[in-house]
Ligand binder design. Sequence first.
Ligand code: MGD
Ligand code: MGD
Ligand code: SF4
Ligand code: MO
Length: 690
Amino acid sequence: MNAAMAVDTQVVRGACPHDCPDTCALLTTVENGRAIKVQGNAAHAATDGVLCTKVSRYAERSYHPERLLQPLRRVGPKGSGQFEPVGWDEALAEIATRLQAIAARDPQAILPYSYAGTMGLVQGESIAARFFHQLGASLLDRTICASAGAEGLTQTLGNKVGMPVRMFAQSKLIVIWGSNSVGSNLHFWRIAQEAKRLGAKLVCIDPRKSETADKCHEHIALRPGTDAALALALMHELIVNQWLDQDYIDRYTLGWDGLRARALQWPVERAAEVCGVPAQQIRQLARDWGTTAAAAIRLNYGMQRVRGGGNAVRAVACLPALTGAWRHPGGGLLMSSSGHFPVRRAALQRPDLLGDRRPRTLNMSTIGDDLLRPSSPDFGPQIEALIVYNSNPVAVAPESGKVVQGFGREDLFTVVLEHFQTDTADHADFILPATTQLEHWDIHTSYGHTDVLLNRSAIAPVGQARTNTDIFRALAQRMGFEDPCFAESDESLCRSAIGDAQDFEELLKHGFASLPVPDAPFAQGAFPTPSGRCEFFSQRLVDQGLDGWPDHVPNYEQPQAGGRYPLAMISPPARNFLNSTFVNVKSLRDIETEPVLEMHPHDAAERGIADGAVVRVFNDRGSYHCKARVSQRARPGVVNGLGIWWRKLGLNGTNVNELTSQKLTDLGRAPVFYDCLVQVALLDGSVQSA
Ligand SMILES: Nc1nc2c(c(=O)[nH]1)N[C@H]1C(S)=C(S)[C@@H](COP(=O)(O)OP(=O)(O)OC[C@H]3O[C@@H](n4cnc5c(=O)[nH]c(N)nc54)[C@H](O)[C@@H]3O)O[C@H]1N2
Ligand SMILES: Nc1nc2c(c(=O)[nH]1)N[C@H]1C(S)=C(S)[C@@H](COP(=O)(O)OP(=O)(O)OC[C@H]3O[C@@H](n4cnc5c(=O)[nH]c(N)nc54)[C@H](O)[C@@H]3O)O[C@H]1N2
Ligand code: SF4
Ligand SMILES: [Mo]
């Protein structure tokens, strides 16, 4: 045999790094050191051998011709995207010098900015967190996605816990609430379809007639931000029709009298008016919920991106306890499973490195305003340096006009660790090339199932890319941080992140390990709340001066008769992108074609807008151009701006976040992306008044 001809083929077990509830197990085929194929691992039950279209293209993304392969230093004006190559040593030395000078005045003028570009515990917040703790930098409140819902769920159930996703296969009623599962939770959707084949009824609650709504038996197209009103009316019906499990309520819940009184204020007609749906639909759902034992809700984050998002999650999370659905296999609720995992966060992130220092905390969702704030006694020092990793804030943060202005400050020192020259990277002083999931080790929990996954590196780093951990190790060294924790290897971090050594051996062997979560974890109460009960009433919220019981909290921005901005806009994900990731992968962008705004035919006709016309979507915060898609997917009065496009790949160098506001939710300090009024007009046309 000719040795030179032999192909060295390996299959490497990994985990999908993306911010997606499914956390799939990957198998990467590597030939002669090059990844040629990324597939789903059939041995992992939750993955079942299937990946979404996006991650099937992961090799294409990793070897993308525009992948960042070496460090870059800015040469043009801020934000112009002009850079020159620079060596790693020079880049790191210059960054360390700049950060040291700022830290000598006040380290809180330095802010890390990161989110879930990778969900890995190691390439996320491990060495990076240690670095910023040692430095004494401002802390970042990571609220951009889920913190309203997480707070609502935690106040009610005690943690981010729920029924195991596998149990939906046994449900007889599945309510998919605020989620386009076909696009963003594919593996749950497969389970729901199995249940459907076995006779389950599927109901979708979503202002948009999504791809998921198409395939459910019933679609309740409520107005954005009215979910709590709907949930309270359902409770009203459960009460008046005596569809309650009083034994479950008495034993395992807290605060029933107060919740009952509140629900009685929400007759079906009142909710129908607020939600903009037929009363009969609410009655039918209440009947289904009240008379089906194995009734389950797949609640998801789409419904908590409005002012009342936290309260809405609280209200919905009460429903399974009222009918005792938790008792039954296939009954209950799942929003996030991440609270089931025993992650050793303190060991990974080492907040003890702060010592006695108590730096301020800045909210990532108001980065636009915060970058524009001068020093003041309230705010503290002006932000002088930003280190961005695993995030693309210029595209994803609300009110991007201000975000861009902030990132455009000539006096701001910005370092971006990235795979690609994103909108954010365009605004950097230094861009540092980071490895992808194929090139590093990591360990993953999930917010949609309860398995731990190990990701082994399949290929050597592409170009001069380095892991996030390695970049922060190198910076720590240059900053003179001597604590031995900065030398810890990625493999060691993986080992210490969760569980004991035994678990890790299993992970090394199989690539995944399941937590022992019972089929019906709350059949006998035992909620991880202080009272051990499902807390309809929360004393902790009262102690914060908030309402102890869930209520309907109306949107900040509600259409007024004769108002300038009569349309509510929501901006849920495009199916073939993952937030702003993959927008630059041409094969996926080709499927999405262009930035679009779905409009109901009546709303379009009123404005003389035909399908495919280029429109201007605007409000007082900004203006965004895209193509109108006239479609029944939009309900009257609500327009759907799909996907977070890269600004520079859009029609006028903006994206949908040009329009969203920096206001925050009732609980959890989260953004209100879907609580946003706009007007739409033909580009260059005038708005016809109705
Ligand atoms: N393909 C794809 N998958 C993704 C993502 C992606 O960008 N693309 N993003 C990932 C991330 S970061 C997250 S957080 C998850 C999100 O996952 P989910 O929380 O499941 O959210 P989406 O699938 O975005 O679905 C949100 C749905 O909520 C609807 N919605 C909007 N406003 C309201 C409302 O007020 N009430 C109700 N009931 N529904 C409302 C929208 O129309 C949309 O169909 O998905 C992850 N998966
Ligand atoms: N209008 C509107 N805005 C939204 C939303 C919405 O529905 N509507 N959704 C919001 C939600 S739910 C979320 S979660 C946020 C998401 O916001 P982000 O967390 O910023 O997510 P992405 O846009 O996917 O950007 C992640 C970036 O991390 C990079 N990355 C990935 N892996 C690594 C790595 O290992 N190292 C480094 N250095 N970089 C890496 C990717 O290349 C990518 O550019 O957006 C929010 N913004
Ligand atoms: S993005 Fe979600 S569905 Fe796609 S491979 Fe990753 S975990 Fe699986
Ligand atoms: Mo998210």
